[in-house]
Design a protein around this ligand. Structure first.
Ligand code: CA2
Length: 167
């Protein structure tokens, strides 16, 4: 079964305790539970983590490139500051999806630049915890497409291989 890493950056452990008008009433534990439930429906497995430390997030991104089929990331404030996260994400060959609870493009100017976006296949912002569920659905579709493409490529190579051998 495909494993999807879902990584969360600084202060997201505070969700549901403060600023509900901005980030909603759901806690990160609520979102994690919903992700596990939804992943089961999609036949995916989720490894859900949160850290307040940039270096730990970098290590987890590297771990994802070895162990996961896809990566969903809400890098929190590091989204707007971290070249270290960008460099780590650039090394990942798996699909990456960026999630934000709030619509970062409707907020302060400094939140409207993301170091994650150039590495991501897609971005979901402004839909609260529901964005994680949407990202999982999209990841399932991306992985299906990748598998179909690989099967097609293998299929197209086979006849050429046979022709070479028979000549
Ligand atoms: O909208 C998002 O998901 C953000 O990644 C959240 C980050 C923010 O720095 C980004 O610009 C956008 C902040 C997460 C902090 O969450 C808190 C939740 C409750 C109380 C305090 C902080």
């Amino acid at each position: 079964m495909s494993i999807i890493f879902i990584l969360n950056g600084p202060n997201l452990n505070m969700l549901g305790t403060r600023q509900p008008s901005l980030y909603g009433y759901e806690t990160l534990a609520d979102i994690e539970k919903d992700c596990h439930r939804h992943a089961a429906v999609l036949d995916l497995m989720v490894d859900f983590r949160q850290s307040n430390y940039e270096g730990e997030l970098v290590s987890w991104i590297q771990e994802a490139s070895r162990k996961a089929s896809g990566l969903i990331i809400n890098a929190g404030a590091y989204t707007h500051t971290s070249v270290a996260l960008l460099d780590a994400l650039l090394l990942n060959k798996q699909p990456i999806l960026e999630v934000h609870l709030s619509n970062i493009y409707a907020r302060e100017a400094f939140r409207q630049h993301s170091y994650v976006t150039p590495t991501a296949s897609g971005l979901i912002a402004g839909l609260g915890g529901y964005g994680y569920r949407l990202a999982l659905t999209a990841m399932g579709e991306l992985l299906k497409k990748t598998m179909i493409l690989r099967e097609e490529q293998a299929h197209h190579r086979a006849p050429a291989g046979r022709a070479e051998r028979s000549e």
